[in-house]
Design a protein around this ligand. Structure first.
Ligand code: ZN
Length: 132
């Protein structure tokens, strides 16, 4: 099983303001903003070496990012691990007692198929598995 860090998700209130910091001040490149309507979120990916930052801003009050910011404030939201075979990895982890938020893979930003692991299984860290 070959795994690498795909990206780090950061929850922000204002995407333009966050781009002003990470793109304009830190000089990261930026590939545009994408909306994921079913998650009520818009995202911007900023490549950094072999990985990326994913800035996440809520588009409505009910989505998971809005709720995260309400509870915990802005900041690191999740880390995403790239896996080659999402179904197989999920099945192996479930066999070992790892809990998932998403029981089945779903569509994520950037054309990826993703599933979130429950943070109770990963020391409080929200882990996204993604396959591209
Ligand atoms: Zn992500």
């Amino acid at each position: 099983m070959s795994v690498r860090l795909d990206h780090i998700g950061i929850a922000v209130k204002d995407l333009d303001a966050a781009l002003g910091v990470f793109r304009d001040l830190f000089g990261l490149s930026f590939k545009g903003i994408e909306e994921v309507p079913e998650q009520r979120v818009k995202v911007a990916f900023l490549p950094v070496g072999d990985t990326k930052l994913e800035l996440l801003a809520a588009t409505g009050p009910q989505g998971p990012v809005a709720k995260f910011i309400e509870r915990r404030g802005e900041g690191v939201h999740h880390i995403a691990l790239h896996v080659e075979d999402l179904e197989k990895t999920m099945a192996q982890l479930k066999e070992q007692g790892i809990r998932f938020i998403d029981e089945e893979p779903r569509q994520g930003a950037g054309g990826a198929r993703i599933a979130f692991v429950h943070p109770k299984s990963t020391y409080g860290v929200l882990v996204e598995l993604c396959e591209r």
